[in-house]
Write a protein that binds this ligand. Structure first.
Ligand SMILES: Cc1cc2nc3c(=O)[nH]c(=O)nc-3n(C[C@H](O)[C@H](O)[C@H](O)COP(=O)(O)OP(=O)(O)OC[C@H]3O[C@@H](n4cnc5c(N)ncnc54)[C@H](O)[C@@H]3O)c2cc1C
Length: 395
């Protein structure tokens, strides 16, 4: 691993920064979280701008339309887009960060041609239909059934916690195609067009008060067999590929945004009054804010290591679980820190007296979901124990 950047990489950075400085100021702030149509337009438009400028699919291979960037260029891209306040990946999250990469690794030439260019252009939003009411951590217990009927599968069952289902064009869907096989061996991975008749999306309200995920019900939904990725009943293996990408670098953008939250917290602490001074006079608070900044620096070093390893082997390894585990715990500590700085204003999502508390309170609530989404903290610990430390398997 080379932690310093070469001259060529610094030239890549300079060109990217010049472009970001030119375009980002004109992009404007993101729409309200509950305005799904506006969010879709905003996120897809940014993806289109990246595409037109040649930055779409930064780490995707050149043969599928990506930039084929080196790990260092990928890291520079993540760092500078976050630092310059460019929109984050938003609703393109599933498409760009794990469905697309899974298609690159596993799909047929026809499937790649049908979806990868559209994802890169910002024309396709995807969601993930993996979890079910009785199949979250124990995902292999999923029961949504797909029965072969000629050239189609007919799907019945339901999914839950499907993020962004209401604006998605496609879903990466796990279904049970052989109910008699051992649970990991009877699953298939399908590309489901979300406008197929028989799909009922029922949004669920989450703790920050938004409909970020939904229940999705399937009533005789017909999907062509040609939409299956990988062999029939080999979907568990394909899902593991998806997970490796989801836990690999998918949280990196938000981790970089957390660095900005820490800087803002320090700035606020220097202003808010406590007794005759400010919150910053508290040595314990200063130490904890410093610790948060140091944690994020360490995580950034870990990301560099993971990205380098992933590029070598094509698919991210279990190091993504170490990152996800430590990052989610760090976000909980950051939430507690913001409560200490904002005190009563830390109970309000609305801004109190221009303090800028809203994003921090939102961040604190979001931290709860980070330790559950994409595999809970306990599941990440199991992965680290089994796949990195070589401890005996969880039964
Ligand atoms: C914000 C958010 C967005 C999400 N988006 C999506 C999405 O788009 N698509 C999708 O498919 N899913 C999504 N999920 C679902 C997520 O993947 C599941 O919530 C997660 O896998 C946990 O499953 P569960 O909720 O059923 O909890 P359970 O699996 O029931 O777990 C309950 C508790 O038991 C613990 N536990 C379970 N098994 C073990 C074990 N073997 N060892 C130790 N502890 C264990 C867990 O860690 C947890 O604390 C999302 C979740 C959140 C919070």
């Amino acid at each position: 691993m080379e932690l310093r950047f070469s001259e060529d990489e610094e030239a890549f950075r300079a060109k990217l920064v010049a472009w970001l400085d030119e375009v980002v100021p004109a992009v404007g702030p993101p729409p309200p979280v509950d305005d799904w149509d506006a969010r879709r337009v905003y996120d897809c438009a940014w993806q289109r701008q990246l595409f037109d400028a040649g930055y779409a699919g930064i780490n995707w291979p050149i043969e599928v339309g990506g930039l084929g960037a080196s790990p260092s260029e990928h890291l520079i891209f993540l760092e500078e887009t976050a630092r310059r306040g460019a929109p984050d990946v938003g609703l393109m999250f599933v498409a760009l960060l794990h469905a697309g990469p899974t298609l690159i690794a596993e799909a047929t030439a026809e499937q790649k041609a049908a979806h990868l260019p559209a994802i890169l252009r910002g024309d396709e939003v995807w969601c993930q239909g993996f979890s079910e009411p009785q199949a979250g951590s124990d995902l292999a217990s999923l029961r949504t059934r797909a029965v072969r009927d000629g050239d189609d599968y007919v799907i019945n069952g339901s999914k839950i916690w499907t993020s962004n289902a209401q604006v998605a064009d496609y879903c990466e869907l796990l279904v049970r195609t052989d109910p008699d096989a051992p649970k990991h061996r009877g699953i298939s991975w399908l590309i489901l067009p979300m406008d197929t008749p028989g799909i009922d999306i029922r949004p669920l309200r989450s703790i920050p008060g938004t409909d970020e995920f939904s229940e999705v019900f399937f009533d005789d939904v017909r999907v062509p067999v040609a939409n299956r990725v990988g062999n029939e009943n080999d979907g568990w293996r394909v899902a593991m590929v998806t997970f490796s990408f989801e836990r690999g670098t998918a949280f990196v953008g938000e981790m970089l945004a957390s660095m900005q939250l820490v800087e803002q917290l320090a700035a606020v602490a220097k202003k808010v009054t406590r007794g005759s001074g400010t919150a910053w006079d508290d040595a314990g608070l200063r130490r904890d804010i410093g610790r948060a900044a140091a944690d994020l620096d360490a995580l950034w070093a870990l990301v560099k290591r993971n990205v380098t390893q992933a590029t070598r082997s094509g698919v991210p390894g279990p190091g993504g679980s170490v990152f996800k585990l430590y990052y989610s715990e760090m976000r909980h500590r950051l939430g507690e820190l913001s409560e200490r700085v904002f005190e009563r204003a830390g109970l309000a999502l609305d801004d109190v007296g221009g303090m800028g508390n809203g994003p921090h309170v939102e961040g604190m609530l979001h931290a709860i979901s980070i330790s559950i989404a994409a595999g809970t903290t306990q599941i990440q610990r199991n992965i680290v124990a089994e796949r990195i430390l070589g401890l005996p398997k969880d039964r």
